[in-house]
Design a protein around this ligand. Sequence first.
Ligand code: FRU
Length: 490
Amino acid sequence: MIVKQWTKEERYRVLRSAEELRELFERIIKSGYRQHYHIQSVTGLLNDPNGFVRYDGLWHLFYQWCPWGAVHGLKYWYHTVSRDLVTWQNRGVCIRPDTEYDNKGAYSGSALPMGEHLYLYYTGNHRDEDWTRRPYTCLVDLKNGKDAQKLPPLYGAHPDYTEHQRDPKVIRHPNTGKYYIILGAQTKDKKGCCIIYTSDSPTEGWRFAGQLKVPGFEDFGDMWECPSIETISGYDVLIFCPQHLKLHGRGDAVHHNGYLLGHMDWETLTFTPDNTNFHVLDFGFDAYAAECAANPDDQNKATLVAWMGLPDASYPTDEEEWSGCLTLPRELRVRDRRLIQQPLDALRALRGKKIDPESTDLLPRVCEMELICRGGDLSVTLFAKADGTGGLTVAYDDSRREITVDRSGMERRFNTELGEQRTRPLPKGLFHLRFFIDRSSVEIFVNDGDAVFSSRVFPTEGESRLRISGDASLHLWELNRAVEETFTID
Ligand code: FRU
């Protein structure tokens, strides 16, 4: 693949006018890999979801955006909104890196709705002339969900940690009313951790409270990105992305997104995990930087969305000068001391024509598929060639009680050095599979949300067949479009 080589000047170029992007936009929307129902980069590159929240009857979701191409450079917050978490509209750029505090990027963060204010907390990625990084925790007041006004930064970098301090997640303690910000950080001896700030006000008076103690996880990767503590069904869940760490069953991948279930003591700043298991959030190839929104109607649930991509990875659309999409939003609950993730019920509204699988072996390019499995081995191949070879295979081995997703059979292979198979044990066997297939991704929900595999996949024209062997009944629907391609930049 021929991919543009970028200079630092090109990557950090400031966007002066939307018109600078029109030609790129017109070109990329012709790509056959543009998604039909996943949030994707309007132009250039999308990475983390940010500030996911329901405010004033609307769901707001922002993403890290580098306008110029499939490259990490100057980051903006791009804003999308939805009434139902299914169909999404582009609102345009929300946070621009235009002050000295965020001169080299408005990095990831979170949202806090308060009356007419929607506060957005983010990391201002400041760099000096000599390229030394100085992160600030910055604040935007998005009044009425529309007019972004920057307030003074809350604090700068803490001297006891390296320059890697970022991704503020703001939390209001339900009993004490105190505010906390949890940040991903790196100790001077290169250990990943979280640090915590606190205040009585969301907009001022913030002070350093200390480092989060997580017994048993003092030496677990060299940086923790995008941390958050969610409370679901009375459990506290610490979600974070440890970096530069190998995990069993994850091939040669070194950046992960997972969680610990346990109890958070805000007095002593200690998160005590239930047990020593770091649970991987998503067993697929491409999922990172998950962000949760509280469910204002039901404290037993939250909604999670992640970047369907990985840091330091490349994708086939890089040569088309765009990259990145988000996963579907998923309903999170706790069952048997684990998080379960299910597609939202509202997604059923996207179902179009029901396909009779007896009548054709052609797999629609945008579809949902459900399999009720009746036991024994099962193999499902998506995107096989007409002669039955190739494709992405999902295989359940009943004797080993394991499910494996293998994308090595695809013609367009990528990130192969991270491994092309992902396996997850299923001690209770396999009884249910639900697939959401878009033009360049597959999300597989196993056993009613017990495990999820999210992966990008880039089928060519000839990779169009569905092959299934094993005992299962199959339902297949075409899905309608839920994201529009609008050139909304300002
Ligand atoms: C995670 C991350 C964050 C950072 C952002 C920059 O993917 O590296 O830590 O805030 O992306 O875009």
